[in-house]
Design a protein around this ligand. Structure first.
Ligand code: URA
Length: 261
């Protein structure tokens, strides 16, 4: 019973993926270098105040790293080496993006889930399959759009990313949008809407926001970008009665795509 409780606790805290087929006995293994370094005497304090290693970087550092990228390849590489967001420590890998590099429409979701974390591609689990069907219903597929998330690493146990995590990753999201220069954004769910829309709009619930186009200033773009908030497909899977409204949003999107050339 105790073992079962311990297992349940691990699951609740997000340790819900077996990464290796067989258990490893690490008791007699040499510690990895990053652990071994704690065993040696601490280095003499430096004179100049520098940011201590291991503390989260400020969003300003993220902005600097993101804005230095001139291509999507550089941006992906910058994210791979960015250590300022603690989500990367618990995720299996970076989930950068899927779809076209010159898409007219960028779809912004919340965060990768278990399948996405395993495969390194966004929206491939049940919510992603529903998204594919929603796109198909208006004559699109994922090769014609760009799909990204507010944070590119899976939060442990699929919890909602914190405001701090989203803020830390936002400069990379903005940079990806600026490099692709789409005509508009589809914001799926409250987390994406809050991350991208200005604070006064983002505070409103997704039920209020959905279905209405809003313009958003994105750093690096000359003109405000139209954004359409809608429900997240994972919410639609739990709440099928909301599908009628989501369908209306897809028609709004289709009409706009047809008109925007
Ligand atoms: N939900 C999201 O918001 N993004 C994904 O990539 C998968 C599920």
């Amino acid at each position: 019973m105790e073992l079962l409780e311990a297992l349940r606790l691990q699951w609740e805290w997000g340790a819900d993926e077996a990464l290796l087929d067989a258990p490893q006995d690490r008791r007699n293994q040499a510690p990895p270098p990053e652990v071994a370094q704690f065993a040696s005497p601490p280095p003499a304090p430096k004179r100049q105040a520098t940011k201590p290693a291991g503390l989260p970087a400020a969003p300003a550092d993220a902005r600097k790293a993101a804005e230095a990228c001139a291509t999507l390849e550089e941006l992906e590489a910058a994210l791979k080496s960015f250590t300022g967001c603690p989500l990367r420590d618990t995720a299996t890998q970076l989930v950068f993006a899927d779809g076209a590099a010159d898409a007219r429409l960028i779809i912004v979701g919340e965060a990768p889930g278990a399948e996405e974390d395993r495969e390194g591609r966004p929206f491939i689990g049940p919510a992603g399959q529903l998204l594919d069907r929603m796109l198909g219903s208006i004559g699109l597929d994922r090769t014609q759009v760009r799909i990204i998330n507010t944070v590119p690493w899976r939060p442990p146990g699929n919890r909602t990313p914190t405001e701090g995590e989203v803020a830390m990753c936002l400069p990379f999201l903005h940079r990806q949008i600026a490099l692709i220069r789409p005509r508009g954004l589809l914001l799926l769910g409250a987390v994406a809407a809050k991350a991208v829309l200005p604070p006064e709009a983002g505070q409103q619930g997704i039920r209020r926001l959905r279905g209405t186009w809003r313009e958003v200033e994105i750093p690096g773009l000359d003109a405000p970008l139209p954004c359409l908030p809608s429900y997240h497909p994972a919410y639609l899977l739990r709440m099928p009665t909301a599908k009628a409204e989501a369908w209306r949003d897809m028609l709004t999107l289709k009409e706009w795509l047809t008109g925007s050339g």
